[in-house]
Design a protein around this ligand. Structure first.
Ligand code: ADP
Ligand code: MG
Length: 347
């Protein structure tokens, strides 16, 4: 849990003082950024590229719980979830704006922690912080990040380009962020019942990190480029595999066959799901926040990617009339329905 040793009241600083203090150490790295923070608007030069824009807003109590989310991780994650959307278009993100709403319980030190996380993400992924807005909120913390990315028109990958016979691929592994969340929720309840009991998260680092500190898959975009593969369709896995494959199929007017045995699940995710009496496959299908990339490729590209252990081929695209099928390990065919995690369910 976040505990301040120092407590500086934000109202003492004034809005300009606060913004300046938080943002002065952020360097500009990209030549497309002509003017960043400090004027009425930032100025960008997209050069020959198409511009991609996406926004994600995170609300305290809906998208994160500060009982177990360090503010630094929250800042980092709020950037990652946005970068992931640009990679899912096969583009490269270069700038973000960050807007925050703060209630009076937040001190300067707390906001500094958030910006440390934002800074780390910007450093690691080559992103410029070019602006934002700062307001007070009546209750709770709000962070809204907008990301700008770039791509050549011919490289942009939409959700609607999948063709019959294309292979369905996913990076990394799935279900980890969701099982990590189950663990954190459980320990929170234990802690609230008896604050003297220390959280038992031993040996669970991987899935805790999957929940608290996701990494957008720039490396997958680089890999595809280096192999000269342009996916026919792509989406990032924020709401669970089931919901995302349905987006691709519906927008492409196609069906799919997915194979349960091919869905990549880390052993720690598997074991933890079982501890909670959850089906690991359901965690992969309906959990969320893994921020992996789900994409389809032409069969002709299979040889270029078949040895990459970090990309799993989990099925193929069919004609629409064949429906959305999951073939279980025992060979049974199930209809895939979207039960993706969504913020409205939690309320
Ligand atoms: P205005 O009143 O014109 O909206 P602001 O005082 O809100 O200007 O912002 C001044 C500058 O600081 C602008 O460049 C704005 O984009 C930037 N900025 C404001 N809030 C944030 C923030 N939370 N993070 C990063 N930049 C910010
Ligand atoms: Mg403003």
């Amino acid at each position: 849990m976040f505990e301040n040793t120092e407590r500086t009241n934000i109202s003492e600083m004034g809005e300009f003082g606060l913004i300046d203090h938080l943002t002065k150490n952020f360097p500009i790295k990209n030549s497309k950024t002509q003017k960043g923070i400090g004027d009425d608007a930032a100025v960008l030069d997209p050069k020959e590229k198409k511009v991609l824009i996406s926004t994600d807003m995170l609300l305290e109590g809906i998208h994160f719980d500060l009982a177990y989310t360090p503010l630094r991780h929250l800042g980092y994650k709020s950037v990652q979830v946005n970068l992931s959307d640009i990679y899912a278009m096969n583009g490269i993100p270069e700038q973000i704006t960050v807007s925050i709403g703060l209630s009076s319980k937040y001190t300067l030190e707390a906001v500094e922690e958030i910006y440390e996380g934002i800074y780390l993400a910007c450093e690691k992924y080559g992103i410029d912080l070019i602006g934002g807005d700062t307001t007070s909120s009546k209750q709770g913390l709000v962070i809204s990040v907008t990301v700008l990315g770039y791509a050549d028109e011919k490289d942009i990958t939409y959700r609607n380009g999948a063709e019959e016979g294309d292979l369905i691929c996913v990076s990394g592994d799935l279900g980890g962020a969701y099982t990590g969340l189950q663990l954190l929720e459980r320990e929170k309840i234990v802690y609230l019942e008896n604050p003297n009991i220390q959280p038992d998260l031993e040996g669970k680092d991987y899935i805790i990190e999957r929940q608290l500190k996701p990494e957008a898959r720039r490396d997958v975009i680089d890999l595809l480029k280096s192999r000269e593969i342009k996916p026919t369709a792509m989406i990032d896995v924020s709401d669970g595999l089931a919901s995302e494959i349905l987006h691709i199929c519906k927008q492409s007017d196609k069906g799919c066959n997915l194979y349960e045995e091919k869905i990549p699940i880390d052993p720690m995710t598997f074991d933890t799901a079982r501890e909670f009496n959850l089906d690991p496959t359901v965690c992969a299908l309906s959990g969320g926040e893994d921020y992996e990339l789900l994409f389809t490729i032409k069969q002709a590209d299979y040889d270029k990617i078949k040895h990459d252990v970090d990309v799993s081929i989990i099925g193929y695209i069919t004609e629409a009339s064949a429906g959305y099928n999951l073939i279980s390990k025992s060979g049974q065919v199930h209809n895939i329905t979207a039960q993706g995690w969504n913020a409205f369910k939690k309320q």
